[in-house]
Design a protein around this ligand. Structure first.
Ligand code: GLA
Length: 371
């Protein structure tokens, strides 16, 4: 009898020592202050399965702790230890919400109702992720909502050259092992927008090498080929027979160095896939699996496209959590979105928003394991 009690006590002690994720809670603290002294709240969302941190600066997804096949947690999103890290990085968009227009606009120029607008260029001849000061660089208003947090940003008329005062909200909610991101926006003048999250995932863990041995599946038969400045040519080209075919799970590193013009232009994968699902209803975008840890990420979205970016421009110049330098392919992005440069491609799904309309889009990130 005594022996049984000893064994039970031992099991209890072990169970209590394992750092379990707390259940269904949101906790707020201050992550740091901006250079102007504005305090930046950070929220920890827990569900029992995973733990997520999001903050008001840039409405960033700061971290996601998810279990491997043995239950061991690792942070699977790249990030910095302190707010300072985010303030000092105007290049990688690590976990930030990109906007007003995520991805590229050719020449930074577009026309609405006969009037041409110019966004300052910040990517060679193009505007990238909303221009030099995008939505990832503002402190958003924040408030707790059931199961999560809502961030709001009002971008004034003329901000980065875009017409119309645009009110955007991004809601992060966590249920079970699924993190849902809801975007809404309204404007007081016709404008264009493309909001997405720019998190870099590494299912091995944020300090565990690169993503090249992980498997990718993308629910797309076509992609938008790009010119040498990464602007779509307007064509929707089949992926079949190319290294961009991820209709079945493929090891990311297997074909990344293939003799393919599109991969050479981008230095790896940095393209928009045309998702097979219907715009406006939640459909599969991509599934990433890590054969080593068993972790699996399923991305679903209401958006027509996903930019799979294999972290080609990470070059060791930024040091993330655990003192790890983020090198090429340390993480991968799955930016659910409308297609790049849509304002200049009338055949692409429209990114135009008019007064009285509400833009609404949803993306879910679901974490699981494979055997
Ligand atoms: C997006 C772009 C990339 C790169 C990154 C940020 O993914 O498509 O080309 O600009 O953002 O480094």
């Amino acid at each position: 009898m005594k022996r049984v009690a000893q064994v039970l006590a031992f099991i209890m002690a072990v169970a209590m020592a394992i750092p379990a994720v707390a259940k269904g809670e949101t906790k707020m603290s201050i992550f740091g202050k901006t250079a102007d002294g504005v305090p930046v709240p950070i929220y920890t969302l827990t569900s029992g399965q995973i733990e997520v941190r999001v903050m008001a600066y840039g409405a960033h997804l700061v971290s996601v702790k998810a279990p491997d096949r043995t239950g061991k947690l690792a942070d699977v999103v790249l990030g910095y230890d302190s707010l300072q890290g985010y303030l000092a990085d105007n290049k990688t968009y690590l976990g930030g919400i990109v906007g007003r227009y995520g991805n590229r606009i050719a020449g930074g120029k577009f026309t609405i109702d006969g009037k041409t607008y110019q966004i300052p260029l910040n990517d060679g001849p193009n505007a990238l992720h909303g221009g030099p000061k995008g939505f990832n660089q503002y402190v958003w208003q924040s408030k707790e909502i059931p199961d999560g947090v809502e961030f709001t940003l009002v971008s004034p008329d003329g901000d980065m050259g875009f017409p119309g005062a645009l009110t955007s909200t991004v809601r992060y909610t966590l249920k079970g092992s699924s993190l849902r991101i809801d975007y809404t926006a309204t404007t007081d003048k016709a404008t264009v927008l493309n909001l997405t999250n720019h998190a870099y995932f590494n299912l091995h863990g944020d300090d565990q090498g690169n993503i090249l041995d992980q498997k990718m599946e993308i629910a797309a038969d076509r992609f938008t080929p790009v010119d040498k400045t990464l602007i779509p040519t307007s064509e929707l080209a089949p992926v079949a027979g190319t290294p961009l075919d991820f209709t079945k799970p493929e090891v990311i590193g297997a074909r990344i160095g293939a003799d393919n013009q599109q991969l050479k232009i981008a230095g790896g994968y940095d393209h928009n896939w045309v998702l097979n699902g219907k715009i406006g209803t939640l459909h599969l975008a991509a599934i990433v699996t890590d054969p080593v840890s068993g972790r699996k990420l399923t991305v679903e979205t209401t958006e027509p496209g996903v930019q799979f970016y294999s972290g080609n421009f990470l070059d060791g110049s930024f040091t993330g959590r655990h003192g790890v330098k983020y090198e090429k392919h340390s993480g991968l992005c799955l930016e659910t979105q409308h297609f790049p440069d849509s304002p200049n491609h009338p055949d692409f799904p429209s990114t135009l928003l008019r007064p009285g309309e509400t833009m609404h889009s949803t993306t879910t990130l679901t974490f699981g394991v494979v055997k």
